[in-house]
Design a protein around this ligand. Structure first.
Ligand SMILES: *Cc1c(COP(=O)(O)O)cnc(C)c1O
Length: 404
């Protein structure tokens, strides 16, 4: 069970006001808020042991290195990776995807096929298009249905012996659709294709088990699960990480350097060139501990309550249409009212202290599918309340009155 009043005490920002109104933060799918314990971890790093890692014999460097590597193990345990060195700490989902996409340039040939889903975030479309341009590989798309689910039959038809890679998000950020990734992974493996799952939107709600999923790559960002911005993870199976060439050259990622030949360091350092976001990595570990202390089962069942309540109350508004209505979805409601531009409603909501996202949510192909410029997206977290949903519903009603 969630004690939401107690949880809200953990998040100092929830006491803020915006335009003189109490903040109602419903933009959790863009970034989550930060609990005090994570803020304390960041402050503590700069106050007591700020030092570079992996290279100093001095005490502070050793403390920082230990904490950083402990964070890697916390992340490993959370995702149930077999080895800690299969967890590469990156600057976030986008960075992680680019490491894999750039690496595959040397493993892919002309006329090989790459499959992506129609529900992707731009960060999961553009790197593959760049890879195809570079290699002459062909990009294929799993189409979507009206309810925001993927056309799985067509996916199975797309797979063949030329398929080398499949990319799909675990949960769609624009609609909240929870995709059948186990089925996607198993089918891809039958034709020996590798699978990368974008977990940026799933990880705030679900604790993925990368070994049970048998996924080849899994990526996520700390800032969507109560951690800081600028840090994230690339999980890769050891065999794949060893096959991929390094993404960037620099310090940290080498074993020996001479002008004749440089040999690369082993995992995970091969993919971690330069000084990383040390404090961010350590705070990522704290964020994961915090989320687990609340418990993902509790988080999901409470968020589902909010989703059900929000859906029911919003649908009472005349002319309101919700996009993405699959049974399996996370606590995201993407909607429009009549022909009113989402931006206009969003601006009025902001004046009322309500933070929602408006626009195409970095998923323009989905908006093209529905033939709309964008949506208003309210995304809930375990620190939100039904009372806040009431504030949103009244705000939308007021905005619609003003705009029609
Ligand atoms: C947020 C998000 C991304 C991008 O994450 P960054 O932290 O901006 O790199 C990618 N995919 C999905 C599904 C997302 O929700």
């Amino acid at each position: 069970m969630i004690n939401v009043d107690k949880i809200r005490e953990d998040f100092p920002i929830l006491k803020e006001t915006v335009h003189g109104k109490p903040l109602v933060y419903f933009d959790n799918a863009a970034t989550s808020q930060t609990p005090q314990i994570v803020i304390d971890t960041i402050v503590d790093y700069y106050i007591s042991y700020n030092a570079n890692i992996h290279r100093g014999v001095h005490t502070l460097s050793q403390i920082a290195t230990d904490k950083y590597e402990q964070a890697r193990i916390k992340i490993q345990n959370h995702f149930n990776a077999k080895e800690a060195y299969e967890i590469i700490l990156t600057s976030g989902t986008t960075h992680s995807i680019n490491i894999v996409a750039a690496g595959f340039a040397s493993l892919i040939n002309k006329d090989d096929e790459i499959i992506v889903s129609a529900l992707e975030h731009h960060s999961n479309i553009v790197p593959w298009q760049m890879l195809c341009e570079k290699t002459g590989a062909i990009l294929k798309v799993i189409p979507m249905n009206e309810d925001g689910s993927l056309e799985m039959e067509l996916y199975h038809n797309l797979l063949n012996e030329n398929t080398k890679l499949v990319f799909c998000n675990h949960v769609s950020n624009a609609l909240g659709t929870l995709n059948p990734i186990k089925e996607i992974i198993d089918a891809a493996h039958k034709v020996n294709a590798a699978v990368l799952i974008d977990g940026a939107q799933a990880t705030p709600h679900i604790k993925p088990d990368v070994q049970a999923l048998d996924v080849d790559f899994y990526v996520a960002s700390a800032h969507k699960l109560c951690g800081p911005t600028g840090v994230g993870l690339l999980y890769g199976k050891q065999e794949w990480l060893e096959k991929l060439p390094p993404y960037q050259g620099g310090g940290e990622m080498i074993e020996t350097v001479s002008f004749k030949k440089t040999t690369y360091a082993g995992l995970p350092h091969k993919f971690e060139a330069g000084t990383p976001n040390i404090c961010g990595g350590i705070a990522f570990g704290t964020a994961i501990e915090y989320m687990n202390s609340i418990g993902f089962n509790n988080i999901v069942s409470y968020e589902n309550e909010l989703l059900e309540y929000g859906t029911q109350e919003l649908l009472k508004i005349k002319g309101l249409k919700i996009y993405g209505a699959t049974k399996e979805k996370t606590a995201v409601i993407s909607f429009n009212v009549n022909e009113i531009h989402p931006y206009d409603i969003g601006s009025i909501l902001d004046k009322l202290g309500i933070a929602v996202r408006t626009g195409h949510h970095c998923a323009q192909p989905i908006m093209d599918f529905y033939k709309i410029p964008g949506t208003i997206r309210a995304s809930f977290s375990f620190y939100n309340t039904k009372e806040e949903i009431d504030v949103l519903v009244n705000g939308v009603k007021r905005a619609v009155q003003m705009l029609s």
